[in-house]
Design a protein around this ligand. Structure first.
Ligand code: AHR
Length: 656
């Protein structure tokens, strides 16, 4: 099957007759479209999680960095052993008696001599210093929560100073604590910064002679998104919340199926107390702490009113697996059949964890984490753009069958390879259709012209087969021409919201200087957030979703892929929403006919995103391209001149 191939002539006719094509719609007009249409794709790529959305400020907090992740890394990376005031001490990384087997490394320190010599300035002590992810940002008056696991290895309790220090050694905050237990115990302290610093260090200094062990040294801002413990960076999370996504897909991306079979994302390793989670190198070549794990993903979804869409591996690793880190050789590798029973149980357990009562085995773990009520999981992805091999086929079918039998209400999402067409695409759709999988995940990264030329792709999709989740897409680039081509495509997604159930741009987040993928929706560093023009397009569409689609509302005078439009109604508010896209270099006028809608209110609002083809936002000019909101007088019929290279959203209220 090749769903997207339809005759070129048909394409032209369709373009020309934009105003005359009819869709199956309800009597009063308006075709029902997905109420979950537009949402977010989250993957820990480009330091999106650790050092990004996850608010932890300490890097390598549990000494698990290792050479297998990066040849220059070791368990002590991003830490410095300090012994100010001519103190003497020894440090070693140990594994013999960890907090938990999932978290094997910790440090032992022997503070042999705390040198209080008057000729040495500064506080004497023996301990550690962490530089965070490119420095720790602290703000005057803000509170920070320090915690560490420690055990006393010599006879007497040990006193510590916990400090925020500037690069020059100025102390911006200090607190103290005493460890007095011979087994692992969590100790906490609160610090309030007395000044701003963008490149601060966290210092943990023993003030008493003696031997001790430390692990899971953590430092969080008190102000996380919604003030959650183990929470998210507030400004970044707010950017995502502001989009009002209907869903969030997580944890990826290729990170799901992983670099080799041992690197697949196993959700059970990412829940429970953070000191018991299993860190691993992610497929993008750096460590993931799993501090932002499945519990936090589900909670974030709930906090912003988005449906959770977890994606689990289909029992095979990424076909692009390779490099020196992969055990078992390059290419796609499959779980052996002996392991599939256990793996399928892991998939079923996720559904129980998310939806089961607090009295069920896995529901109890969710409740213990602080969420006795179910999370109401509705969708579940199996596989991520896998190569459709016989091994994939067999395992995918086994997993799908088990979920269908045990949880028939769960909407499974199948997978159709990494491209918009081709062998994997056809075979992926075929298997999912065979198995009555209700939704299939398509991925494509292409040039902006492709989006303009293919904006009618879904008009001819077979409505009797599975629905589409356009799970990853982007045009290559973050300039206006990319964003506007995506906007034109999104009008086609809305028009086909009866067959396209879900759509999400990818990737979402990228940290400046730490990217593995160049085109992303939001760039950031420790201080700033850079929304791309593509972000604003996504936000304008997501903020203005509807559940009914109307055709024959917007008429363009010429047949051109450069002009695109859609009209939806949100039946909760009764608002009529028009999206008008001009991807050309000249302003163009379109005719709008709203006579079918009763009770139109003339005072409307428009939001316009406009720029030149190559305009983009940069860290030097974060807000060069931003949408503007204007009051607008709507009539039942009017002409609207779309500016060159623009997206306009017109929102008009109607009485019910
Ligand atoms: O979005 C970046 C990557 O692109 C995803 O991890 C993968 O699924 C796709 O190839």
């Amino acid at each position: 099957m090749n769903k997207q191939n339809f005759p070129i002539l048909g394409l032209f006719l369709f373009v020309f007759c934009l105003s005359t094509v009819s869709y199956s719609q309800t009597a009063k007009g308006g075709k029902k479209i997905s109420t979950d249409l537009l949402g977010l794709f989250f993957e820990d790529i480009n330091y999106a999680a650790d050092g990004g959305l996850y608010a932890e400020l300490v890097q390598n907090r549990s000494f698990e960095y290792n050479m297998a992740e990066r040849h220059e890394w070791n368990p002590f990376s991003y830490w410095e052993f300090v012994s100010p005031g001519h103190s003497i001490g020894y440090i070693s990384v140990e594994t013999k008696s960890p907090i938990h087997p999932n978290n094997p490394h910790y440090v032992e320190i022997d503070a042999e001599f705390i040198g209080n010599y008057p000729q040495y300035k500064g506080e004497a002590g023996v301990g550690l210093k962490n530089a965070g992810f490119d420095g720790i940002v602290v703000r005057k008056g803000e509170k920070y929560n320090f915690s560490m696991f420690a055990k006393q290895l010599s006879n007497a309790p040990i006193n510590f100073l916990i400090r925020i220090e500037t690069p020059k050694g100025e102390i911006l905050s200090q607190n103290s604590l005493t460890i007095s237990d011979r087994s692992w115990k969590k100790y906490s302290a609160e610090l309030t910064a007395t000044a701003n610093c963008d490149t601060a260090f966290l210092v943990v200094l023993a003030k008493t002679k003696g031997k001790f062990a430390l692990d899971m040294i953590s430092f969080f801002p008190e102000k996380t998104f919604k003030n959650r413990k183990n929470g998210l960076r507030a400004d970044l999370a707010q950017m995502l919340a502001d989009m009002q996504p209907r869903f969030i897909r997580f944890p990826g991306g290729c990170l799901v199926h992983g670099n080799g079979i041992g690197n697949m994302y196993r959700w059970k390793n990412t829940i429970g107390p953070i000191e018991e989670r299993k860190e691993q190198r992610n497929i993008w070549g750096y460590n993931q702490t799993a501090g932002l794990g499945f519990y936090e993903f589900f909670l974030f979804c709930e906090d912003i009113g988005a449906k959770p869409i977890p994606v689990l591996p289909a029992g095979v690793s990424c076909q692009n697996s390779g490099g020196t880190h992969v055990i078992g050789g390059a290419g796609q590798k499959a779980l052996c059949m002996d392991d599939m029973g256990e793996y399928i149980q892991e998939v079923l357990d996720l559904i129980e964890w998310a939806n089961g009562p607090a009295t069920s085995t896995w529901g109890a773990k969710r409740a213990a984490a602080g969420h006795p009520k179910p999370f109401n999981l509705e969708y579940l992805g199996i596989g991520n753009e896998d190569k459709i091999t016989a091994e994939f086929d067999e395992r995918f079918r086994m997993i799908v069958k088990a979920v269908q039998e045990k949880h028939p209400a769960i909407k499974i999402i199948g997978t159709a390879g990494p491209f918009h067409s081709g062998d994997d695409f056809d075979k992926g759709w075929q298997i999912s259709n065979d198995m009555n999988v209700p939704i299939v995940d398509e991925h494509y990264y292409v040039q902006p012209d492709w989006f303009l030329a293919n904006q009618y792709r879904y008009d001819k999709y077979d409505r009797t087969k599975g629905k589409v989740y356009l799970g990853e897409y982007a045009s290559w680039g973050n300039k206006m021409k990319n964003a506007i081509a995506e906007a034109a495509y999104l009008t086609g997604i809305e028009r086909n919201g009866d067959i396209v159930q879900l759509a999400s741009y990818a990737p979402l987040l990228a940290k400046k200087g730490f990217t593995q993928w160049n085109t992303n929706l939001i760039f950031f560093d420790n201080l700033n957030i850079l929304p791309t023009p593509n972000y604003y397009v996504q936000k304008m569409f997501m903020n203005n979703q509807g559940d009914l689609y109307f055709d024959k509302v917007v008429t363009k005078e010429e047949s051109s892929n450069l002009l695109a439009a859609s009209c939806v109604q949100d039946s909760k508010t009764n608002d009529i929403i028009l999206k008008l896209v001009n991807a050309g270099t000249e302003a163009k006028t379109v005719k709008i006919d709203l006579t079918r809608f009763k009770g139109l209110q003339t005072k409307a609002q428009i939001e316009v995103l406009q720029g030149n083809n190559d305009d983009e936002n940069t860290f030097d000019n974060l807000h060069k391209i931003v949408p503007t909101k204007l009051a607008f007088n709507a009539k039942s019929k009017f002409n609207y001149t779309t500016p060159a290279m623009s997206l306009t959203v017109v929102r008009i209220k109607t009485s019910k």
